[in-house]
Write a protein that binds this ligand. Structure first.
Ligand code: 6PG
Length: 240
């Protein structure tokens, strides 16, 4: 890991604003350097406000057609399902962008098995890379109160897979199946940001940052990017 940064803000709204400014800067730098910005978006509720703020940016702040949006994980539901991470981003960001739109790569859940959706998505990523190394410029992540991130849940098979970029993951405690990116592809990123708000995440923060390394129980410990790791948290959380 090149460097680790922690930005603590008073409220969840402040976290979203700070993450927006950070995201804009990373996108502008990636596009200036390589002509595009490759992003893995987080699902869940925390990043929704960030996505709304990104949709409200003034024209030209982000050259959206040069931004390639992937999802770090997805639930086993169709694109229009209320639980869909794709739908959350479509409503908070994509449908609100007036003119230029990003290039969107949805995880194809809902019409086939999660295993097939995971294989198809990885193929899509490999085709996108055209034989070059696939490397995210920006990865956005949330944190569950059980220390999961993306759909890398405690004591699940996805935590142990290192030869795939995208896998199906059975989450017994939720009685559900997910599609998730694996730690290696997330860790290839130049810039990774966790957005974490709410004192209900304190246990997870303490375990992830604590002395005991046990990614099986605290999966977010797997996130050790090649590039920069950023934490954007609100004041309800004490960072050890
Ligand atoms: C998902 C996310 C998941 C989420 C955390 C935190 O599909 O739900 O990928 O990892 O980021 O569960 O969720 P909240 O932001 O809703 O607390």
């Amino acid at each position: 890991m090149k460097s680790s940064h922690h930005v603590q803000l008073p409220t969840a709204e402040d976290v979203a604003v700070a993450a927006r400014d950070w995201f804009v800067e990373q996108c502008q730098q990636a596009i200036a350097a390589r002509g595009k910005c490759i992003v893995a978006l987080s699902g869940g509720s925390t990043p929704k406000r960030l996505y709304e703020l990104l949709s409200e940016l003034s024209e030209g702040m982000i050259d959206w057609p040069k931004v390639h949006l992937f999802w770090g994980d997805e639930r086993d539901v169709p694109a229009n399902h209320s639980q869909s991470n794709y739908r959350m981003v479509r409503e908070a960001l994509l449908d609100r962008l007036k003119a230029a739109k990003p290039v969107v790569y949805r995880i194809p859940t809902g019409q086939q098995s999660v295993e097939r959706a995971a294989r198809e998505y990885e193929l899509m990523m490999r085709e996108f890379a055209c034989g070059a190394r696939f490397q995210f410029d920006v990865v956005l992540l949330g944190l569950g109160d059980d220390a999961h991130t993306a759909s890398l849940f405690p004591e699940t098979i996805a935590l142990t897979i290192t030869d795939r970029w995208v896998v199906a993951n059975q989450v017994l405690k939720l009685s559900t199946n997910r599609v998730t990116m694996t730690a290696p592809v997330l860790n290839s990123a130049r810039h990774v940001a966790f957005l974490v708000c709410g004192s209900n995440k304190q246990w997870a923060i303490d375990k992830i940052m604590g002395a005991t390394r046990n990614p099986t129980l605290y999966p977010a410990q797997l996130i050790q990017p090649e590039g920069e790791l950023w934490w954007f948290t609100d004041e309800s959380l004490k960072m050890p």
